[in-house]
Design a protein around this ligand. Sequence first.
Ligand SMILES: Cc1cc2nc3c(=O)[nH]c(=O)nc-3n(C[C@H](O)[C@H](O)[C@H](O)COP(=O)(O)O)c2cc1C
Length: 155
Amino acid sequence: MNALVVYDSVYGNTEQVARAVSDVLATRANTRLVRVTEAAGLDLAGIDLLVLGSPTHGWRPTPAMRELLDRLPEGSLRNLPAAAFDTRLRGIRVLTGSAARSLAKTVERMGARLALPPESFLVVRSQGPLAEGELTRATEWARALLERAAGPGLA
Ligand SMILES: Cc1cc2nc3c(=O)[nH]c(=O)nc-3n(C[C@H](O)[C@H](O)[C@H](O)COP(=O)(O)O)c2cc1C
């Protein structure tokens, strides 16, 4: 199985989560971790699982992450197993927004199949750090993702 994790990060917190997720996926899949700024012209050929991670900015993913999806050729996500996570401030989601929910909706609309519901990992302040236990939770989320993506029906 080939997994691709694409993330954006301003202060490094989403990057930490992306690395934790990628490390778990790499136990059973050929896994590539790419920063969104290095993902122009992304080639999804041969990818079996796409994971997107973004900080929540103004309730949404970062502009770079949105542009990446906007630029993908029509149909390139069709039937592709995918998952999305974000980092965001603590607080109820209706107030903070969630980049992951927005990413998940977008990729589903583009034909991807969500392997897991979108997930948020919380930062204590805008610059971080991640709240206690969030990296462990990211590892658990990635394990569940691996089970789903490698299991029947998705891979
Ligand atoms: C321009 C900007 C807008 C933000 N908007 C939100 C927001 O709408 N909701 C939220 O929960 N956090 C918001 N934040 C906090 C970010 O989610 C937080 O900085 C991010 O999770 C840290 O991830 P990073 O270290 O990978 O950049 C915002 C931060 C910035 C810099």
